[in-house]
Design a protein around this ligand. Structure first.
Ligand code: ADP
Ligand code: MN
Ligand code: MN
Ligand code: MN
Ligand code: MN
Length: 375
């Protein structure tokens, strides 16, 4: 990987698939697109073959110069029938670049390109939740929404059991693991550190990490991020986590309750503030938001992750899935207002309901919709 890449850039196009995973592939040559796209140029089969092989040899999987704006990145497509994002008889799904980040793996001028998925008829793909979220963020840009998400996840061995746990068995009860230090208390710190550094390199607004209550479960925080950046940064951080763990032969699970029983589940606590909540007297704005959030509890739960009912039991620092509640410093409610916020009379609140596998575009989108009204 230290070989000179002769000034050519590799762009890794990343998108979100139908099951909350990320997929990626490296950009085909822009040069070939241009050569083949010359209007009126007609090539016989032999010449076409020659043009393709020479150009391919020169520029396979490359763009030709460093990218300085997302607009320079061409649209691309993929076989949606292979990702359950399109039927086999109309399988092209289009990738529209929306943001790009320095690539921590290939480094240099190489980039990761986050894409929205679009169908052939010009409408957003069924699994493109960014499109509506972005419209909500743009409509309400003057509100100054900031989000900070706490992504919890579990590291698994290739056998699907938490990494470092006795094969088919369990470690000692929860207690020594949260923010633990030392062998037998924490697992996979090397992966966690490598992921943190990869996020920093890529310019992801990652703001911290901690080992969780269940061994081999960790959390990282991303934010505060304004508007649509929250979903963009979190999705790219998830891609990076899978990608880093792949180098270690370890699996990442975003399941909300990976181990049943007396083991903590995994959430995606979503911290929220606006110009109003951050200004003097912001507590009144937060109280008003609580009323609106209470009225749409069911609608929120519907997009707060699959399998969340196994996690939101009212135990293990969660609220009950059937009942909205909030309180100052209350980690057993739907929403917590941090004690410092109550003291200052302004700041942010924490929606503790979203599961670790929820889509950050859907979470941030519905929060804006509930607080400000729909499109
Ligand atoms: P805890 O584990 O106590 O719930 P963390 O420290 O893990 O809290 O996470 C707090 C989160 O709150 C961070 O992701 C941070 O970005 C976010 N945050 C802090 N201030 C604000 C704010 N004004 N608006 C939105 N999010 C905020
Ligand atoms: Mn093929
Ligand atoms: Mn936290
Ligand atoms: Mn946590
Ligand atoms: Mn939290």
């Amino acid at each position: 990987m230290n070989l000179d890449q002769r000034g050519r850039v590799q762009a890794e196009y990343v998108w979100i698939d139908s099951s909350g995973g990320t997929r990626s592939k490296t950009k085909k040559p822009r040069l070939i697109e241009r050569a083949v796209g010359i209007p009126g140029l007609r090539l016989d089969a032999a010449t076409r073959c020659h043009v393709n092989t020479t150009l391919t040899r020169r520029s396979l999987q490359t763009l030709s110069k460093p990218v300085t704006s997302v607009d320079e990145l061409p649209e691309w497509n993929f076989d949606g029938s292979s990702t359950s994002q399109a039927p086999g008889d109309n399988s092209d799904v289009y990738l529209r670049p929306v943001a790009y980040y320095p690539d921590p793996f290939r480094q240099g001028d190489n980039i990761l390109v986050l894409c929205e998925t679009w169908d052939a008829d010009g409408s957003p793909n069924k699994f493109n939740y960014r499109h509506d979220a972005n419209r909500l963020m743009e409509t309400n840009a003057h509100e100054g929404f900031w989000f900070g998400l706490e992504q919890e996840y579990t590291l698994l061995g290739t056998d699907g059991w938490p990494y470092g746990w006795p094969r088919g068995g369990f470690p000692g009860a929860q207690g020594p693991y949260y923010c633990g230090v030392g062998t037998g208390k924490v697992y996979c710190r090397d992966i966690v550190e490598a992921h943190y550094r990869a996020c920093l390199y890529a310019g992801i607004n990652i703001s911290g990490i901690n080992a969780e209550v269940m061994p081999s479960q960790w959390e990282y925080q991303v934010g505060p991020c304004p508007g649509i950046d929250m979903g963009d940064h979190l999705w790219m951080s998830r891609f990076l986590l899978h990608r880093v763990a792949e180098e270690f032969g370890v699996r990442i699970s975003f399941e909300p309750k990976p181990i049943k029983g007396e083991w903590n589940g995994a959430g995606l606590h979503s911290n929220v503030s606006t110009n109003g909540t951050r200004a003097d007297g912001g507590m009144k704005v937060i109280e008003a938001a609580m009323k609106k959030l209470e009225a749409r509890h069911i609608e929120h739960i519907a997009v707060y992750g699959e399998g969340n009912e196994e996690r939101l039991t009212g135990r293990h620092e969660t609220g009950n899935i059937d009942k909205f509640s909030y309180g100052v410093a209350d980690r057993g409610g739907s929403i917590r207002i941090p004690r410092q916020v109550a003291k200052d009379g302004k700041g942010y609140f924490e929606d503790r309901r979203p599961a670790s596998n929820a889509d950050p575009y859907q979470i941030t989108g519905i929060i804006v919709e509930t607080m400000c009204g729909g499109l």
